[in-house]
Design a binder for this molecule. Structure first.
Ligand code: GLU
Length: 481
């Protein structure tokens, strides 16, 4: 079998949509599982949409998640350049070859003329598509006009009858009537190819064996196949991938912050978890496994595991999976991921080992930190009824007695070390014959001002530090006066 060669062909938009990321991942897995070659190609033919620095964003994200390419703009390869704008001069000769074969033609219609004819067609209730006016210009005449410097585009000459089709691994045989297809532009007035043309030329000249991309290209691919046929080229294997949807009707959206890889990183998801979850959106290993590292995905991947049914992005499932990844981090790694969120929550100065102890077991993603620890930076305005807790056998009266014992005890401690605070409180409970809970509940409420907190009374006291803890305990006692 020929070497498998796949490509990831993102357009430099500045962001990485999860759907694109998934296409790139599958293309990578298909290449690597088969000891093939994974190629990065930058599709920047739409210069109007050029975004400064966007190519670096692509490099950074792919490197970050480990999708290392074997050929690409920065490392070269035998089929370069790998940036479409740098290949500009390669496309025209191919388009001219098609013109000579009668499969394409020069079109001189101006924007104004096209708009006029479009408006007329619409007035008559017709759907406009290019009317082939320039297809009938004799070749010699067209060449003269081109050479005289008249602006032109080159359009594909789609037959007026018959069908165009292709076979997709997931969607099967896709066939459309040529009558429904427009003579799409191959070369634009600025000499740049359109995506529609460039993808065909590039996939062929780069020896791509498997084209894996979003199914928004499903409808255009029959036209691409006409081009392959016109050139007499062998077609790649086509695998179009279903969209990732929020639910049955809605796409992922920028607005809700669930469309881009970067959105999830910013919310404090781990890249390994995102990659793992995205891999399972439209592919399954054929068994019950859910957790995969990238090398494990390479091992397990096969095209047979892909599915064309729409992939529903289940944020709860991602949260769960990300939480499991968080649990597996070493305390050091946990802390280095958490640190920016500690800073955002205003708790950057607090004891990181205690924070790790109370947070690592309960976080689903790091962005939950600020809301979870809000009480550390500001004591909520709470009601004395919070001191009531049946299980701990406390109520406001009990809490008053407890705080009257605890406050002087803590004031008298030589230091605020964990053992010191812990032992003092436990000894006091034992001495007074109180359940630990009866002693600790009022302390926790006075320190946190809420019933549900990560960490217990002692951990919260250590995080707050001596001064702030004493202040809060006294304030709690005052409330109970
Ligand atoms: N540049 C296209 C995109 O970003 C890629 C389509 C393809 O893979 O052929 O959507």
């Amino acid at each position: 079998m020929d070497t498998v060669r796949t490509r990831f062909a993102p357009s430099p938009t500045g962001f990485m949509h999860l759907g694109n990321l998934r296409s790139g991942l599958y293309a990578y897995l298909q290449a690597k599982h088969n000891d093939g070659v994974f190629i990065l190609r930058i599709e920047d033919t739409d210069q109007a949409r050029y975004v400064e620095g966007a190519v670096d964003v692509i490099y950074r994200i792919l490197k970050d998640i480990g999708l290392d390419w074997d050929e690409g703009p920065d490392i070269g390869g035998d089929f370069g350049p790998y940036v479409q704008s740098e290949r500009k001069s390669m496309y025209l000769p191919y388009a001219e070859e098609l013109v000579k074969k009668g499969k394409a033609y020069y079109c001189f219609c101006t924007k104004e003329e096209l708009e006029e004819r479009k408006a007329e067609a619409e007035k008559e209730g017709k759907v406009w598509k290019y009317d082939k006016r320039c297809a009938s210009i004799p070749y010699e005449e067209a060449r003269r006009r081109v050479e005289a410097g008249e602006p032109y585009v080159i359009r594909q000459n789609v037959p007026e009858t018959g069908e165009a089709s292709f076979d997709d691994v997931l969607y099967g045989h896709i066939q459309v009537n040529c009558a429904d297809l427009e003579d799409m532009i191959l070369i634009k007035a600025d000499g740049m190819p359109t995506y529609n043309f460039a993808n065909v030329i590039d996939d062929h000249t780069m020896g791509i064996t498997h084209v894996m991309r979003g199914n928004e290209y499903l409808a255009s691919t029959p036209k691409y196949n006409l081009l392959y046929e016109a050139f007499g080229w062998e077609k790649p294997v086509y695998i179009h991938l279903s969209q990732i949807m929020k639910d049955a009707h809605r796409k992922l959206s920028k607005r809700y912050g669930d469309a881009y890889y970067e959105d999830f990183l910013a919310k404090g998801y781990l890249k390994e978890a995102i990659l793992n979850y995205v891999a399972l959106l439209g592919w399954n290993p054929g068994d019950e496994r859910e957790f995969f590292t990238l090398p494990e995905l390479v091992e397990a991947f096969s095209i047979e595991g892909l599915s064309k049914s729409p992939a529903i992005f289940d944020n709860d499932k991602l949260n769960w999976m990300n939480g499991e990844y968080i649990r597996r981090l070493s305390p050091e790694d946990f802390t280095s991921h958490a640190r920016p969120f500690y800073a955002a929550a205003g708790i950057g100065h607090m004891d990181e080992s205690i924070l790790c102890r109370i947070l690592q077991q309960r976080l689903q993603f790091f962005g939950e930190i600020p809301a979870m620890v809000d009480f550390l930076t500001e004591l909520p305005d709470y009601d004395v009824e919070l001191f009531t807790n049946k299980k701990s056998k406390t109520n406001p009266e009990v809490a008053r007695e407890v705080l009257d014992m605890v406050i002087p005890l803590l004031e008298s401690l030589p230091d605020w070390a964990e053992n010191t605070v812990h032992d003092a409180l436990m000894n006091l409970a034992a001495e007074k014959g109180l359940k630990n809970g009866t002693l600790l509940w009022p302390v926790r409420i006075a320190l946190a001002g809420k019933q549900v907190t990560p960490g217990g009374a002692i951990e919260i006291a250590l995080l707050l530090g001596r001064e702030e803890s004493m202040k809060r305990l006294r304030a709690g006692r005052e409330k109970l006066a």
